[in-house]
Each structure stands twice: as structure tokens, then as C-alpha cells.
Design a protein around this ligand. Structure first.
Ligand code: AMP
Ligand code: MG
Length: 504
């Protein structure tokens, strides 16, 4: 305890002028060379700072002003090496839309290093869009401004909603064009993650039959994310178990806010259980279970309603990579893996129901609650109700706000009778219930038409006012503010964005 306090005290001290921007300690770069490629980011011609995430700098124990100096911005765009940095592009594989690709890797991202945050958690500092790497294949290693801003907005919105996610520390425009379907301005995002190890990282070594690397990777992940697994009889089984628990909880949280990730490939499935890789992701307005946004998801594989099933599928792929570690006897290993994987549905179901009860204002559990929640969703789907607005408007005292959200309010009324009957058996008083419901049903989410409008202002008019204001709104998603009323509204008819693009 005493040494902890001492460390916290040191981290509280302001960094000395001219001291390093980041106090790097790079555990991943100490793993064998076949885990990554060492290389520097590729410099750009005209960096311009767009944004520093002030709240996150505090969390990381960094000095915001120091991070905004021209020298630090040069680091954040890849033009200058940060002291203590050991830049690497990580190797990984992955199933993309169900097809296995034995080598993907960081094709446009470079891990600068790791820092220990003020809570003692090790965090990766990664540049995304920082130039080609040995893993780039045919890509240019760059990121366009639009997708960088989208990731910044949505990841910070998710964090404010309390959903585990990678974070965005900074965005810097490169002053260089990137060629996609059209020519677009380029940018670099500084992404922060509790690690960038993915299911695909394990698959990379499993596909090569590299048992030694698998063990090293598993030990690294256990030490870093799941230290209590070390004390279990079978630490690798415990690792699988913990990852299943985190992913089941994560996807339940997505479902509870109407988030569609869009590219749930195994290389985008974080071992630490964070939402990672914001590409064509979006939140739904109207509740439609089969909602798909991604322009490349033709079969709807990653539709909203499919997310838990896909997560389970991805975890099965993870389990396969662990088989040689689980037991020397391959039959026993398989049995262990299957037994552990089988916990997913129950865990997901419990996490979802716990969240649904909170959304509905239920503090106790009853058998019929799942059906009650499902029936509301069914009515919402039939009557094309807005997902976020409906839950926020639910009020045991009055239906005035919620009824107009349903094209056929009578359908809502029938359900509401049952809801009130159920609430009658709840011990909570009305005020406590209202506060509890408002703390889980957001007013503001990163609605897609708003994201698009913010990106357009930045890209077409070099106007970052809307970006800044949107971040202000999203930082306190549960707190209704009259001046921001428009941000709570779904897309006006005709403005609904049906397609989102990876931007790769
Ligand atoms: P993603 O769809 O972002 O998950 O990326 C899938 C794979 O493609 C990863 O290996 C990325 O590093 C790689 N990739 C995506 N965009 C680019 C790009 N512009 N240049 C090089 N590699 C890329
Ligand atoms: Mg990816």
C-alpha cells in the first residue's frame, strides 16, 4: 500500500519542462521479434493539431499543454520519435467475414509504447494512419480525416456511456491527401487501448503451429489483463473463461444502447474486452433488429441482432487457438474448451437481462421479465419506435412522452399496462426509480446523421465547431440539457444514413 501511494504521488507531480511526453515502459516490445515488426512511422508534410483529449490526458497522467506543443504534435503525427518509444507494428491474423487470413497485422498503425495510467493500468499508445508497415499488403498505411473523426467521436461517446472501449487521445491532420474513392484529407489518430491483443493475434501463432509463441502470448495477456487467472488450477482455461466473460458483457452493453459494430472480424475482437476498431460502426435510431450499416456487409453477417452469435463464434476461434495450452491430451483439451465456451450464452443472457431490467426500472428479478422486455422490443420494431428515445421516455408516472414515439401508440399502451402491473411489485420509490432509469437510458448517443454532419463540416468547411460541440454533448450522455435538444433527435425523414464505409 505504501509503495502504491508513493507512485501515485510521483505521477501527480507535473512533468518537468522538457521532460518526456510519455513515460514509456514497453512490455510488448520485449516479446520475441516474431510478434511484430520494428519500424518508425512515416513523416508527413504539414501536421496540424485537431484535438487533444484533455480528460484522457489527466487519466493517463500526461500534461495536456505539453502534449499540444509543436514538438509533441510532431510525435503524435509520427514525424518525431518520442523518447522511450519502441515503435512496432503488431502481427496478427484473423477471420474476415468468416474467411481466415493468416496474416493481417497493423497495416496502418504503429504502437509507440505503453504507459501506466494513474489507476496503475498499463495502456497502449498507438498511432493509426501513420504510414505503411510490412503488414500493409496493398494499403497505403494512411487514414482519412473522416474515419479518424468518426472513431474519435464514437469511441469517446462509448466511453462516456460506460462501455469498455479503446480511447482517442489525439487527432492530427497530416496536410497530405489520401486516395480512396475520392481524394480526401489525411489524419492520424492516437489510440489508447488496455492492449491491442486480439483473437487474431492468437490465431496468427496458432496458424503457424508456434506453440511457444502462443504460450508467451497467453502468459503476457494473463499477466497484463487477468492476473487472477495465474492462481487457477489451469490458468489458460481461466484465461479463456475471463475473456468469454468480458466479451459477453461487452456485447450485451452494445445491444443495450443499439450499437452496431459493423466489422466483428476476429482481428477486431479484443482479448481485453474493449470495443476496438471503429470502422463502419453506427447506432440505430429506429429499433430494427436486422439493422446493418456497413457498405461491405452484404449478407448482414454483422447485423445488430447477430452480434451475440458472432461474438460466440469469435470466441470459439479463440478457444481453438488455446487447445494446445489447455491440455496435452487433445480430447481433454477440446472438452475443456467446449465446456468453457458453453458458458457464453448464459453469461450474455444474464448481462443483457440485468441491463434490460435497469432500463425498465426493475430493481428485483422475476421470471417474466425477459418476456416483458422482449415484448417491448417487438412493439418498438412493429411501430418503428426510436430505440434510445423510447427507453429514455419511459416513465411510470406518465406516457405523454413515450406514446408519440410509436406509429401505433395503442400497441405501446397494451404493453405499458403489463409494465405498470410489474412495477407494482417493486419496492423502489418513484424518485429513486426515475433517477436509476435516467442513469442508464442515455439522452445523447452518437447518432449517425449527426456524426456525418460533424464530419462534413470538418472536411468540407474546415469547421471544427460542430465536432467540439458534439464531444461536449456526448461527454455527459445521461444529462438532459435543453440547449442540446436537437442532439437527442433521430435523423429527419430522408436524412437517415443507411450506409457507412470503412474508409480503408
Ligand atoms: P480493419 O478493417 O480496419 O480492421 O483492417 C483490416 C486489416 O487491413 C488490418 O490488417 C489493417 O491494418 C489493414 N488496413 C486497413 N486499412 C489499411 C490501409 N489504408 N493501409 C494498410 N493497411 C490497412
Ligand atoms: Mg482491424
Amino acid at each position: 500500500m505504501a509503495s502504491d501511494t508513493g507512485l501515485a504521488f510521483l505521477r501527480d507531480a507535473p512533468p518537468s519542462a522538457g521532460g518526456p511526453v510519455f513515460a514509456f515502459d514497453n512490455s510488448y516490445a520485449r516479446l520475441p521479434e516474431r510478434f511484430y515488426a520494428r519500424l518508425d512511422p512515416t513523416p508527413v508534410s504539414a501536421p496540424r493539431l485537431i484535438k487533444i483529449n484533455e480528460a484522457l490526458t489527466r487519466e493517463l497522467g500526461l500534461d495536456r499543454d505539453m502534449l499540444a506543443t509543436p514538438q509533441a504534435v510532431e510525435i503524435l503525427v509520427g514525424n518525431r520519435q518520442a523518447p522511450g518509444s519502441q515503435p512496432i507494428a503488431l502481427a496478427y491474423a484473423g477471420h474476415q467475414f468468416g474467411n481466415f487470413v493468416p496474416q493481417l497485422g497493423d497495416g496502418r498503425a504503429i504502437l509507440l509504447g505503453e504507459v501506466v495510467d494513474r489507476a496503475g493500468v498499463r495502456r497502449d499508445i498507438q498511432l493509426k494512419g501513420s504510414g505503411p508497415t510490412p503488414f500493409s499488403r496493398r494499403g497505403d498505411g494512411r487514414a482519412a480525416l473522416g474515419p479518424v473523426l468518426r472513431e474519435y467521436i464514437v469511441s469517446e461517446g462509448m466511453a462516456a456511456l460506460g462501455i469498455p472501449t479503446t480511447r482517442s487521445l489525439a487527432a492530427v491532420a497530416t496536410g497530405e491527401p489520401v486516395v480512396r474513392e475520392t481524394v480526401l484529407p489525411g489524419a492520424v489518430l492516437t489510440r489508447v487501448a488496455t492492449s491491442h491483443v486480439r483473437v487474431g493475434t492468437f490465431q496468427f501463432f496458432a496458424a503457424r503451429g508456434d506453440g511457444e509463441a502462443l504460450r508467451l502470448l497467453a502468459d503476457h495477456v494473463i499477466a497484463r489483463h487477468y492476473p487472477d487467472a495465474r492462481d487457477e488450477e489451469n490458468p489458460y482455461r481461466a484465461l479463456f473463461d475471463r475473456v468469454i466473460a468480458r466479451q459477453a458483457d461487452l456485447v450485451a452493453r452494445w445491444m443495450l444502447v443499439g450499437f452496431v459494430h459493423g466489422v466483428m472480424n476476429t482481428d477486431n475482437c479484443s482479448i481485453a474486452g474493449e470495443t476496438i476498431d471503429y470502422g463502419p460502426c453506427a447506432f440505430m435510431d429506429t429499433y430494427k433488429p436486422d439493422t446493418v450499416f456497413s457498405s461491405i456487409d452484404h449478407g448482414g453477417r454483422y447485423a445488430y441482432v447477430n452480434q451475440p452469435r458472432i461474438c460466440h463464434w469469435n470466441l470459439a476461434r479463440f478457444g481453438e487457438t488455446l487447445l494446445p495450452l489447455l491440455d496435452d491430451d487433445s480430447d481433454k483439451a477440446l472438452a475443456l474448451a467446449n465446456e468453457t465456451l458453453a458458458t457464453f450464452q448464459g453469461r450474455y443472457g444474464r448481462a443483457l437481462m440485468a441491463g434490460m431490467r435497469r432500463k425498465l426500472g426493475l430493481a428485483t428479478e422475476e421470471e417474466g421479465d425477459a418476456a416483458l422486455a422482449q415484448d417491448l422490443l417487438n412493439v418498438m420494431a412493429e411501430a418503428e419506435a426510436d430505440f434510445t428515445k423510447t427507453f429514455r421516455a419511459l416513465d411510470p408516472e406518465s406516457d405523454d412522452k413515450v406514446r408519440p414515439l410509436f406509429s401505433d401508440p395503442a400497441k405501446y399502451d397494451t404493453w405499458a399496462d403489463r409494465w405498470r402491473e410489474r412495477l407494482g411489485r417493486e419496492p423502489q420509490d418513484a424518485a429513486a426509480r426515475r433517477a436509476a432509469m435516467q442513469s442508464v437510458n442515455p439522452v445523447y448517443i452518437p447518432r449517425n446523421h449527426l456524426v456525418e454532419a460533424v464530419l462534413a463540416a470538418a472536411i468540407e468547411r474546415d469547421d471544427y465547431g460542430p465536432f467540439e460541440e458534439f464531444l461536449t454533448v456526448l461527454a455527459r450522455p445521461f444529462e438532459e440539457r435543453v440547449e442540446f435538444a436537437d442532439y437527442a433527435e433521430p435523423a429527419p425523414a430522408g436524412q437517415c444514413v443507411y450506409r457507412t464505409f470503412c474508409g480503408t
